[in-house]
Structure formats: structure tokens, C-alpha cells
Ligand binder design. Structure first.
Ligand SMILES: *[C@@H]1O[C@H](CO)[C@@H](O)[C@H](O)[C@H]1NC(C)=O
Ligand SMILES: *[C@@H]1O[C@H](CO)[C@@H](O)[C@H](O)[C@H]1NC(C)=O
Ligand SMILES: *[C@@H]1O[C@H](CO)[C@@H](O)[C@H](O)[C@H]1NC(C)=O
Ligand SMILES: *[C@@H]1O[C@H](CO)[C@@H](O)[C@H](O)[C@H]1NC(C)=O
Ligand SMILES: *[C@@H]1O[C@H](CO)[C@@H](O)[C@H](O)[C@H]1NC(C)=O
Ligand SMILES: *[C@@H]1O[C@H](CO)[C@@H](O)[C@H](O)[C@H]1NC(C)=O
Ligand SMILES: *[C@@H]1O[C@H](CO)[C@@H](O)[C@H](O)[C@H]1NC(C)=O
Ligand SMILES: *[C@@H]1O[C@H](CO)[C@@H](O)[C@H](O)[C@H]1NC(C)=O
Ligand SMILES: *[C@@H]1O[C@H](CO)[C@@H](O)[C@H](O)[C@H]1NC(C)=O
Length: 498
């Protein structure tokens, strides 16, 4: 069963806070059952023109879905009701696609089992990625697909990398645990998209020389068993790099660069000691998510992280979006960004994302999804907040990651119209879930359900997700509406009887 409630316990990274008795406005519509939570937006500067992608979880049931909002907080698209993570635009074979994970989160452990969906610019699902194999689970249950919630990312070679968890019995004595202990092992797989075939596998336990169990900042809890395995690594991001891969290990406060053969080339640690390969007083982060590398050359690179700075047993400090410029000759790094909102400090225990809205340069805006805190914020290149949004009460809704994306779509489904009659007039409500390209509606009378002989009654500007038109002298049985861009008709609705 898909659970919309994802509550906290133990070594959790995906959690809901206490279920406070809070209410939040939902958007509701005449034209369909969509009921996303309202996104309350405050703008204080020049924002990027993209759309806001939030895979809403733990909101009202009907609001638990992949959701796209515009910069005014209006709904643009709501997908089917299901638990989803990591909803974003990627490039596949040169074209924009939207991708997301859906599946079953594991209540204790903060990971999950699911599939990855790849949709084209009409929202047609062109690929569904699954992962099967001889995985062991804590419950012993067999799953249809073992893709973990944390990562799915399309590479420049048009493959997809996904994260996975295997539960394994292992000697944990080097980390102070039992010799016959149990642990969750972080893995990632590179999969050929058209055939769904695995082309590469990486398993953290095979690289203990570079990532020793003893260096985990997550102490082995007592009573580890198959049902309650030790979460040693908590790998929460992966991406392909010029010469291998970059992974983020939350429980090592580190990003690791892996060679193509899987061995560790370097470790960039946020800990305030001598861990890792780089020096730099300002490379300080902890319990991070979403490590990404930019401008990679043989001499230097830029690395960004969502710096939770809050986690298992650690006293709270402010969550920030960080980027470092790192030199591979001197093996030293400097701070490029450490953004936060001075008027609204956020403390994100679990999840989160940090995104450059353009090249990794001080001319780009930055976008942050605050994970277990149902907020998003956009910063300008100087680090000043330009947009703040909240989509649920604190302790309720959350999103694993949230992104600002440039996305244009014309759905394969038609626009929908609904008529409400009153004594002297009829109001026509119109919407086209997910459509980004229309700016006005035309309302027509038609003599019969199947006729194309339209008589224009009125035109109205688009007003957000759902638009109304009032027709006062309606003496026809059927009405049709058309979503238009200027005077160009993009699509007709079916005829509705009025
Ligand atoms: C939002 O929807 C949920 C359930 O669907 C409901 O419990 C909640 O009261 C709604 N909020 C408002 C403000 O209507
Ligand atoms: C998971 O771990 C078990 C036990 O160590 C092993 O037999 C199995 O091959 C592993 N599965 C994968 C997919 O790595
Ligand atoms: C893995 O690749 C690196 C970089 O190419 C190389 O230095 C190292 O020797 C290789 N290790 C193994 C075990 O093949
Ligand atoms: C990183 O540090 C490890 C451990 O000290 C060392 O083996 C490795 O060569 C270093 N990598 C680089 C690129 O300096
Ligand atoms: C980053 O910003 C936070 C919040 O202002 C601050 O607590 C922290 O010390 C900063 N870190 C660095 C490395 O400057
Ligand atoms: C990173 O590369 C982009 C694109 O080439 C460039 O615009 C940007 O200035 C670079 N960033 C830095 C900090 O050099
Ligand atoms: C009405 O238009 C649709 C496409 O817009 C077309 O497929 C259909 O054949 C037309 N029907 C009639 C009766 O002209
Ligand atoms: C409705 O009917 C009246 C009288 O039959 C006619 O004058 C008028 O043009 C009709 N209106 C529409 C919108 O068809
Ligand atoms: C129009 O016709 C279609 C197919 O013939 C039918 O499914 C639909 O219910 C009709 N709509 C109305 C409003 O009569």
C-alpha cells in the first residue's frame, strides 16, 4: 500500500514531523478533482521565469502528487495521487523530459522502493525504469522494483543512474558494532534507458579502503538486526562526472569523487577536522544532501551542497545552500556561496536540494527546496532572497527535493470545461492541466455533440489554472471551448451540454 504518511523514527532521513493540528488552504477547482496545497509566495526581487516543481508529500491526501506551480503560486500541473520524490526536468536524447520517482517509502530508514517515470512534453510516459535483482530487505518482503528514493539522474550518455539499498549481514566491529551485525549498503546502478538493462553497478561495501565503516558519523545503534540494520552511509546523491562519478554520503559529511572503476579518487569533507583531501577553513557542512559538481576540469571544479547542518543528535544550526570553488593543484577550496534567509532561518533535519538556475556563476539565481520543511526559496547571485514559498503547515507537507525548471508542455489530453447555469447566465469553467503554452480561451456554441460548426460566443484571458467565462444569452445545447495562444487554437475541449 502506498502511504502518504512517512513518519520519523530512528536514523531517519525522510520524515514527517509531529502531526500538528494544522490547517492549510487547498486549491479546489470546478473542472477536476485536483486539490494541491496552496503555495503562498512572497517575491522580493527579480525571479527566474521558470516553474516550481514540488513532489508534495504528507499534505492532504488529494494533494500528495507531483505538482508544478508558477511564480505566483498558481497551479500549473498536478499528477496522479501517489507518493513521489525528486520531480525535475532532464535532457534525454536532446529533448526535455520530466522525471520522478514513485513508490513505497520505508518508514524506518529513510529510503524506499520504487520506479522512475520519464514523461515527454505531452506528459506521455515514454519510459518506466525499474530495478530488479537479488536484493535483501529489512522486512524480507520482495519488491517489484528496488530503485531507492534518493537519486535518478540521466547522464550525458543518455543512460540513467539510480540509487539502491541492499540489506546485508556484515562484520561491524571496526565501527564498534557486532561481528554478525546487519547494515544497509548504498549502491548505485547505471541503466540503459530503452532496454532497462544494467550497464554498471557500484556497491559501497566493495570500497572500504576509500570509505571505511569506522569513519561513519552515524554510530552503530544497539540491537542491529536484519529488521533494524545500521544505516552506515546514507548515500543521497550520485551523478556522472568527466572521469567517473560524484556521490554524497550524508553520514560521512562528505562528497566522494569515484574513478570509473569505482575506487575513491578524492573526498571533500565538511567536517571541521582533517578529514578528506582538501584544505579550506570555510568548507564546513554536515548531514548534507544533493552534491553536484560544475565546471569540472583537470585543475579545478565547483561543488554545491544542500547543507542541512541538522541531523542525528547534532545541535541545530541554520540550513544553508553552499558552493565551493576547489583547486586540484593546491588541493584547497574557498567558499563561493553560503546562502540563507536572515529573516526566516530554516532548520531542515532531512532532505533538501540546492540548484544553480543557470551556469555555476555569480550571475545565476539559486533555488532551494527545504526538504522536511515545506518551504522553497530563490536567491539572486548576490545571495539575497527574491522568492519565498510555503506549501503546507510546518510539520506536515514536505518534498524530498524541489526545483525551478524551464518547462513547456502541451498535454496529450484535451482541455476540460464545466458549465454552471443560473437564472440569467451560464458560467463556463475551463482548465487544461499541465498546459503551459496557452494564454486565452474561446467559448463556442455547437449545434450538436459531434459537430465542428462552431459559433464564437466569447473569448477570455487565461487567469491561472482555471478560468471562468460568463455567457448571458445562451440558447444552445452544446458548448465547446478552445485553449488558444493569441488567435491560434491549440486544442478544443469535448462538447459539453449546457
Ligand atoms: C485540505 O484538504 C484536507 C483533506 O483533503 C482537509 O483535511 C483540509 O481541511 C483541507 N484544508 C482546507 C483549508 O480546506
Ligand atoms: C545483497 O546482499 C546479499 C547478502 O550479502 C547478497 O547475497 C546479494 O547478492 C546482495 N544483492 C545485491 C543486489 O547486491
Ligand atoms: C582505478 O582507477 C584509478 C584511476 O584511473 C587508478 O589509479 C587505479 O589504479 C584503479 N584501481 C584499480 C583497482 O583498478
Ligand atoms: C586523498 O587522500 C587519500 C588518503 O589520504 C589518498 O590516498 C589519496 O591519494 C588522496 N587523493 C588525492 C587526489 O590527493
Ligand atoms: C554559513 O551560514 C550559516 C548561517 O548564517 C553560518 O551559521 C555558518 O557559519 C556559515 N558557514 C560558513 C562556512 O561561513
Ligand atoms: C562556470 O562555467 C560557466 C559556463 O562556462 C561560466 O559561465 C561560469 O562563469 C563558470 N563559473 C566560474 C565560477 O568560473
Ligand atoms: C471535427 O474536427 C476534428 C479535428 O479537429 C476532426 O477529426 C473531425 O473529423 C471533424 N468532424 C467533422 C464532423 O467535421
Ligand atoms: C439566441 O437566440 C436568439 C433568438 O432566437 C438570437 O437572436 C440570438 O442570436 C441567439 N444567440 C446565440 C448566442 O446563439
Ligand atoms: C458526446 O459524444 C460522446 C461520444 O459520442 C459521448 O461520449 C459524450 O458523452 C457526449 N457528450 C455530451 C455532452 O453529450
Amino acid at each position: 500500500m502506498r502511504s502518504s504518511l512517512f513518519s520519523a523514527c530512528g536514523a531517519l532521513v525522510l520524515s514527517a514531523g509531529a502531526l500538528a493540528d494544522a490547517t492549510w488552504s487547498n486549491y479546489t477547482y470546478k473542472t477536476g478533482p485536483w486539490q494541491p496545497p496552496q503555495l503562498e509566495v512572497t517575491k522580493t526581487g527579480i525571479v527566474d521565469p521558470g516553474l516550481i516543481f514540488i513532489p508534495v508529500r504528507n499534505s492532504n491526501t488529494a494533494g500528495t502528487a507531483v505538482t508544478i506551480y508558477d511564480n505566483d503560486g498558481e497551479l500549473v500541473y498536478q499528477g496522479p495521487e501517489e507518493v513521489t520524490m525528486d520531480f525535475k526536468v532532464q535532457k534525454l536524447f536532446g529533448k526535455n523530459v520530466i522525471t520522478f520517482w514513485s513508490g513505497v517509502p520505508q518508514i524506518a530508514g529513510g529510503y524506499g522502493y520504487g520506479t522512475v517515470h520519464i514523461l515527454d512534453e505531452t506528459y506521455n510516459e515514454i519510459y518506466t525504469i525499474t530495478l530488479t535483482g537479488d536484493f535483501q530487505t529489512a522486512s524480507g518482503e520482495v519488491r517489484d522494483s528496488y530503485i531507492d528514493v534518493h537519486e535518478h539522474i540521466i547522464t550525458p550518455r543518455n543512460t540513467i543512474i539510480v540509487s539502491a539499498i541492499n540489506v546485508t549481514q556484515h562484520d561491524l566491529s571496526s565501527a564498534g558494532g557486532p561481528t554478525d551485525g546487519w547494515m544497509t549498503v548504498s549502491q548505485f546502478y547505471e541503466i540503459d534507458i530503452p532496454t532497462n538493462k544494467i550497464v554498471y553497478k557500484w556497491d559501497a561495501l566493495e570500497h572500504q579502503e576509500g570509505i571505511p565503516l569506522s569513519a561513519s558519523k552515524q554510530a552503530v545503534q544497539s540491537g542491529v538486526s536484519r529488521e533494524t540494520p545500521w544505516d552506515c552511509y546514507h548515500m543521497n546523491s550520485v551523478e556522472a562526472t568527466n572521469e567517473g562519478f560524484l556521490v554524497s554520503m550524508r553520514f560521512y559529511w562528505s562528497a566522494y569523487y569515484l574513478n570509473q572503476n569505482g575506487t575513491v579518487r578524492w573526498q571533500l569533507s565538511g567536517a571541521d577536522d582533517n578529514e578528506g583531501n582538501f584544505t579550506g577553513d570555510n568548507i564546513r557542512f554536515s548531514w548534507q544532501h544533493h552534491a553536484r559538481i560544475y565546471n569540472e576540469t583537470d585543475e579545478a571544479f565547483i561543488l554545491s551542497v544542500f547543507n542541512n547542518a541538522n541531523g542525528q543528535g547534532q545541535s541545530q544550526s541554520e540550513t544553508t545552500g553552499m558552493a565551493f570553488e576547489v583547486d586540484l593543484t593546491s588541493m584547497a577550496g574557498t567558499l563561493m556561496y553560503n546562502v540563507s534567509d536572515p529573516n526566516d532561518p530554516v532548520y531542515t533535519q532531512t532532505q533538501g536540494s540546492f540548484q544553480f538556475l543557470g551556469a555555476a556563476a555569480t550571475t545565476s539565481n539559486l533555488f532551494m527546496g527545504y526538504g522536511s520543511v515545506p518551504k522553497v526559496k530563490e536567491y539572486d547571485g548576490a545571495g539575497k532572497v527574491v522568492l519565498s514559498g510555503q506549501f503546507d503547515p510546518l510539520g506536515h507537507g514536505e518534498s524530498y527535493r524541489a526545483f525551478k525548471e524551464s518547462w513547456t508542455a502541451t498535454p496529450f489530453w484535451n482541455p476540460v470545461a464545466v458549465a454552471e447555469k443560473s437564472l440569467l447566465s451560464t458560467t463556463i469553467y475551463m482548465s487544461w492541466n499541465g498546459a503551459t503554452e496557452y494564454d486565452n480561451w474561446a467559448v463556442y456554441s455547437v449545434p450538436s455533440n459531434s459537430s465542428n460548426a462552431t459559433t464564437l460566443l466569447t473569448t477570455v484571458e487565461r487567469t491561472g489554472f482555471e478560468t471562468q467565462a460568463v455567457v448571458s444569452t445562451l440558447n444552445t445545447t452544446y458548448v465547446k471551448v478552445a485553449a488558444r495562444q493569441g488567435s491560434t487554437i491549440l486544442r478544443f475541449s469535448d462538447a459539453i451540454s449546457v
